[in-house]
Design a protein around this ligand. Sequence first.
Ligand code: BTN
Length: 272
Amino acid sequence: MNEALVISSRGDDALALVLRTLVFECLDSTNDEARRRAECGAESGTVVWARRQSAGRGRRGRSWVSLEGNVYCSVLLRPCCPLAAAAPLSFVAAVAVARAVGEMLPSEKRVQLKWPNDVLIDGRKVSGVLLESGTDSSGNVDWVSVGVGINVCHFPEETDYPATSLVAEGLVTWEVEAVLKSFLDHFVQWYRIWQTFGPARVRAAWLEQAVGVGALISVRLHRETLTGTFVGLSEDGALLLAPSEGGPIRLVSAGDVFFPGMVAAPTVVPVF
Ligand code: BTN
């Protein structure tokens, strides 16, 4: 294992999150390493960064292709809160990525957020977030790993949702380390906002940059696809959907969003 030294440490007051970044040439998954470190007592603010991953994971059991040239990192946090209250940390990460990416690209590029925590550039996915956690015996959060992938110079071609990279969108001079640092700077700021003002402030920032709010969307769930109007977010970040066929608002806590004109690949239901 190729662990290097600290590359970033920020924070000038008691509430500030101080980051300590560990660099690896290759890991199975930075989220797995963050979990292993958490279980051995690593501190909140530990950042696990790998140049490549051999078993990178996306949401909903998908794999995350992890060639050298993109950002793969996990921020280990130990917020003192119940599990549900930690869910908005994925919005903290998505907003931080969007702000970092927005600063790097030509101003005509439109950076948007897609529920639950994808970052899009002109409608194509450039980044995803995978939140994983462990709880203590009373059900409170012991640790959270905020896993972030940012496509800097590669992106997968055959995905359900179109993808892109920063380089494909016009980033001319780039270094993975600089992209990571910019993301971490924004992450620290937004984590502080979450701690100080609470999740509503982060949700509001997310909604300001979100795509599809008030519009017709399809949400592919495990066993069905729902269609309706995306009317907002619940307190813990679930998508609120007003079904097209009428009836009560549906609360969707996990799924993939598609917009009209896109073909949502059919839900695969196992046959027993
Ligand atoms: C998604 O959009 O499906 C989430 C993708 C998250 C990928 C990142 S890369 C760093 C961290 N390690 C992983 O194995 N996954 C996350």
